[in-house]
Design a protein around this ligand. Structure first.
Ligand SMILES: NC(=O)c1ccc[n+]([C@@H]2O[C@H](COP(=O)([O-])OP(=O)(O)OC[C@H]3O[C@@H](n4cnc5c(N)ncnc54)[C@H](OP(=O)(O)O)[C@@H]3O)[C@@H](O)[C@H]2O)c1
Length: 428
């Protein structure tokens, strides 16, 4: 008689219910992979009376976490409640009790991953988190396992479906930001409070995790330069199109010879770049390895079933490992690279400004750019004969601090009404 793998599930919302449904749907395949029955023995929720999207026997539901910890048959804790607390305390206690951990919680990992992983290694339990980055896309195990023989120089991805949906609607349907956000909320793609998505923080948590694994050096979320998409206007989308670009919220991690650059911001990428074709709520992660070359992973970055696919893949791996041997190393941050300060980051920029229509204005602005070492690749002038006229510039690669210094000077010119937008450009 093979001993079943007992699972304690924390949370029965979108993800928790997805785990129950995928386990029911694919039980035969999952149990063959594990080599034993997989049984959810308890489900922790806040509200015992709430209707549920998954078919769970009512006697499995509890709001008492101690019942899961005390159950010796629960070997694996699957955490799908989200947020830092009480998730951090729950997982610390589960590790101390010798239980194996699977979590989907990017915020917890980006903020307290180091401590939790260290505790898991010391206790000799496994700690897996495939679902925490890009939902159903198996990017964590690809980086940690299949690509382990590479030096990765770049990870670059669309890792937030909400902002990608909004930017797609702005690009394809000509919506403004507010309308596109309201539509995303009506369809359930954006939260009532959309700040974590549209201000870039969700993507920053994911980038901190991705970059730590890709470069083998711990990156804190505080190290990431973060800029959201609220300030994008339809005019920027239009001019980007005219210049042959698409605007995407990209999470970019780059190994620059022993220093690491990590940033999340709206980015103009060439319309021919594979990431430019990733639309709607889809996610994609582009990876450059020195042996494998360029790779792109594409798929659903959220949703109940895709996320559960990653979680149950982790459960299968944990169970296989339990059957085969003892503890192993989880943390792959072997190095300690410095993170490049925001002012030293180098990229190209698109700039849109409104100026007075009179001779010499363009030369004055170009002179200010030149004085700060900002070289211009192209200039477009729109609306000659009207006031104000729009000037659009695309720079060559410049240092962020130099560009900001030039803009401070330009914003002081009386002939400049306003610098309407500044968007970074990536060539691919
Ligand atoms: N949604 C996605 O597509 C997705 C994709 C990838 C990763 N994730 C991650 O997965 C996690 C869960 O997301 P979700 O969308 O499933 O959230 P959700 O729908 O809000 O569900 C959260 C669940 O956790 C329970 N819960 C919350 N706080 C609790 C507490 N203090 N004690 C006990 N139970 C508690 C809630 O109980 P009640 O139902 O009783 O309120 C609910 O069942 C998050 O870390 C999220 O970042 C989500």
């Amino acid at each position: 008689m093979v001993k079943p793998i007992g699972v304690g599930l924390l949370g029965l919302g979108t993800v928790g219910a997805g785990v129950v449904r995928v386990l029911d749907l694919n039980r035969d395949r999952i149990e063959r992979e594990v080599g034993a029955p997989v049984s959810i023995r308890r489900v922790l929720v806040r509200d015992l009376a709430k209707p549920r999207a998954a078919d769970v026997p009512p006697d499995l539901l509890t709001d008492d976490y101690d019942l899961l910890l005390e159950d010796r048959e629960i070997e694996v804790i699957v955490e799908a409640i989200g947020g830092v607390e009480p998730a951090a305390t729950y997982l610390s206690r589960a590790i101390a009790a010798g239980k194996q951990i699977v979590t989907a919680n990017k915020e917890l990992l980006a903020r307290q991953g180091r401590e939790l992983i260290r505790a898991a290694e010391e206790k000799g339990v496994q700690f897996r988190f495939e679902a925490a980055v890009a939902g159903g896309i198996p990017i964590i195990s690809a980086l940690k396992e299949s690509l382990a023989a590479n030096r990765v120089s770049r990870v670059m991805g669309i890792v937030n479906g909400t902002t990608n949906y909004i930017l797609t609607a702005m690009t394809e349907e000509g919506r403004d930001f507010t309308t596109a956000l309201a539509e995303a909320q009506a369809l359930g793609y954006a939260e009532a409070d959309p700040a974590a998505d549209v201000d870039g923080w969700d993507a920053a948590y994911k980038l901190a995790i991705l970059a730590s694994i890709a470069f083998g050096s711990r990156i804190a979320v505080e190290d990431v330069l973060v800029e959201g998409i609220r300030h994008l206007e339809p005019a920027d989308i239009t001019y980007a199109g005219e210049l042959g670009f698409r605007i995407k919220l990209l999470a970019i991690g780059q190994d620059e010879g022993g220093r690491v650059a990590v940033r999340v911001h709206p980015t103009m990428i060439p319309a021919r770049h594979p990431l430019a074709a990733v639309n709607g709520v889809y996610n994609a992660v582009f990876v450059r390895g020195n042996a494998v070359g360029d790779l792109m992973f594409y798929g659903r970055g959220a949703g109940d079933l895709p996320t559960a696919s990653s979680i149950l893949g982790d459960v299968v791996n944990v169970a296989r490992h339990l059957a085969s041997c003892g503890p192993h190393r989880i943390c792959s941050c072997f190095y300690d690279y410095p993170v490049i300060p925001a002012g030293d980051l180098k990229t190209r920029y698109y700039l849109r400004m409104e100026v007075v229509d009179q001779p010499g204005v363009l030369a004055k602005i170009a002179g200010a750019f030149g004085a700060h070492g900002v070289s211009l690749a192209s200039v477009i002038q729109k609306g000659h004969g009207s006031d104000p006229v729009t000037l659009v510039f695309v720079t060559h690669t410049v240092k962020e601090a130099d560009l900001r210094a030039a803009l401070r000077e330009i914003e002081g010119f009386t002939v400049v009404h306003a610098v309407r937008n500044v968007i970074r450009v990536e060539e691919g």
